[in-house]
Design a protein around this ligand. Structure first.
Ligand code: ATP
Ligand code: MG
Length: 547
């Protein structure tokens, strides 16, 4: 995969100018939820750029905030990376550096660059000032080095309650960049850590821990999204004063947003916790597990991400662009098979009762490598309700109607003679006659049928549910723009229909991709049983079609 962007240029120059010998990057997720498609931008950027220069990428779990983290997410993230096709050189955990990080904090205290503060969180933020007014020094700012060392040791020993003391960097309370106004370095939290257990009750803040971790790992280019832009000065400050062996540099890129898509772990979590979706892997979710279950392929996701480019501006991309990437990828890969989503029974009066014949059918007309299969045909078939009207409305109607003849795809011409309705007047069954002379492949060209529609033979058909999706979020409009997130959920994001698929699906594996002829792209879902298959619609056949 060829990717070109401003970060690649920076790397090229750094190598050329001898600033670095190789390119080492890291992807640093916080294991507090499953990854979403936005993370794919960070993953692909880090892995593709490093490998373009024969460098490597570490996976580093940023697990320094134990309140929200857990092993389930660690494993989920490892699986997602593998699925995308990336193997990190090392898997590290931020928490594995707690001891070294603690040592660096002591170094800063000894240099008079960090102090223990007794102010509460609220007091601290009140005294931080604003963008236009300077902050106020804490009354504890001038504690002696000895006192700070002793207080910090006691913090570690668990002598204080949560929030009672904080270790802060001593920088400048009047600094124009608020992040430089004596930022917190360590906070007290008496809580079990998913890897460290109860070993620690003080935890380093991201801004202090992250640059150190980058340095310990020899990361050359520490890539992150744009919101860290005004933290870079602090990143560099910690690196400068911590006397590290290796100096990493931070570079920011724009975040990816997609229309009608929630791109924040916080909101994704809310949907799961409130049971608005079936889980992180609900096919409507923008998580990688959700997209996978929806039928997205790693290739489609990668091509999509690369097609969105990369710059120092946050970008919002139409969700149709993501679907287009999937269609492009599945076009030649997917098995093209027959499924009937809204069945209408078709009876062929002149076909022998009890007979089933099998007809040749290519698995993908555009890709011979996928081979052929046999599809059944008999007196009883299903067609789509929308492929039949009682009276042909006009000459543009290229499907079945009473007294009209069409080809059943890969089978015969059939002509409808009779329409059976229930008491309410709904069509329940149609009766046809077929012409044995017109068998597909026989070269028959005596007359032209009024269309070519697909069908599924009824006695061998397998029952199936079809899940069709709309965006989870409603379009952003003037009326709903101030509504709460939960109120902006689309109440109709899932439609399930009961229908049939042909017999040949019987041996297909969960996760098989299909193009259902004349309908859309689908994937076989894990909820399937032998007698009842479940399919998720991955995307429509064409982008213009609306449900
Ligand atoms: P969220 O805002 O959804 O909670 P996060 O940024 O807090 O996400 P992290 O686990 O910290 O999640 O993210 C790991 C990396 O992925 C970070 O470097 C972050 O910048 C990047 N990232 C997250 N979301 C996006 C996005 N939408 N576009 C590009 N990069 C992203
Ligand atoms: Mg984050």
């Amino acid at each position: 995969m060829e990717i070109n962007n401003f970060i690649k240029t920076i790397m090229e120059n750094d190598l050329k100018e001898g600033k670095v010998d190789e390119i080492i990057t890291r992807f640093p997720p916080e294991p507090n939820a499953y990854l979403h498609i936005g993370h794919a931008r960070a993953i692909i950027t880090n892995f593709e750029l490093a490998s373009a220069f024969n460098g490597y990428t570490n996976l580093r779990f940023d697990d320094t905030n134990p309140a929200k983290e857990g092993q389930e997410f660690v494993e989920g993230i490892i699986t997602d990376l593998k699925w995308l096709g990336y193997t990190p050189k090392n898997v590290f955990y931020g928490s594995d550096y707690f001891e070294e990080t603690y040592e660096k904090a002591i170094l800063l205290i000894k240099k008079g660059l960090a102090y223990v503060d007794d102010l509460s969180q609220e007091e601290m933020s009140k005294m931080r000032g604003t963008l236009t007014t300077p902050g106020i020094n804490s009354p504890y700012r001038n504690r002696s080095i000895e006192e700070n060392l002793s207080l910090f040791a006691k913090m570690r020993e668990g002598k204080y309650k949560d929030g009672e003391k904080t270790l802060r960097a001593k920088i400048d309370m009047a600094h124009p960049n608020m992040n430089m106004r004596d930022p917190a370095m360590y906070r007290i939290m008496h809580i079990n850590h998913h890897r460290q257990g109860n070993k620690w009750c003080i935890f380093p803040m991201y801004d202090f821990a992250h640059p150190l971790q980058d340095s310990f790992e020899g990361i050359t280019h520490s890539l992150c999204s744009l919101e860290y832009d005004n933290h870079r000065i602090l990143y560099d400050w910690f690196i400068e004063h911590c006397e590290v062996k290796h100096v990493p540099h931070q570079y920011e890129f724009g975040r990816l947003n997609i229309t009608n898509t929630i791109m924040s772990k916080r909101y994704i979590k809310q949907l799961v916790d409130a049971k608005k979706v079936s889980g992180y892997d609900d096919p409507r979710m923008p998580t990688l597990v959700g997209l996978r279950r929806r039928g997205f392929t790693p290739e489609a996701i990668k091509n999509f991400i690369v097609s969105t480019g990369l710059s120092r501006v946050n970008s919002t991309v139409e969700s149709s662009q993501l679907e287009e990437a999937l269609r492009e990828d599945l076009k030649l890969k997917a098995l093209r098979k027959h499924a009937i989503i809204h069945p209408l029974k078709l009876v062929i009066d002149n076909y022998p009762e009890g007979q089933v014949e099998y007809l040749d059918c290519p698995n993908n007309q555009e890709n011979e490598e996928l081979g052929n299969r046999k599809i059944a045909f008999s007196k009883y078939c299903y067609i789509e309700q929308e492929d039949f009207v009682e009276t042909k409305p006009n000459k543009h109607w290229k499907r079945l109607a009473k007294d009209v003849e069409v080809r059943l795809m890969h089978a015969y011409y059939v002509k409808c003679n009779e329409v059976i309705k229930d008491e309410a007047g709904n069509i329940v069954e149609i009766h046809c006659t077929y012409d044995p002379e017109t068998k597909s492949g026989s070269g028959f060209n005596g007359r032209k049928p009024n269309g070519n529609i697909h069908f599924v033979e009824a006695t061998t058909a397998i029952k199936a549910s079809f899940n069709l999706f709309e965006p989870l979020m409603l379009d952003e409009t003037e009326e709903n723009k101030d509504l709460d997130f939960m109120e902006k959920l689309n109440p109709n994001s899932l439609h399930t229909y009961e229908g049939f698929v042909e017999e040949s699906f019987k041996n297909d594996a969960v996760g098989t991709h299909y193009q259902f002829i004349r309908n859309g792209y689908y994937i076989l879902d894990k909820d399937s049983t032998a007698s009842h298959l479940v399919f998720n619609r991955s995307c429509e056949l064409k982008s213009s079609f609306k449900l």
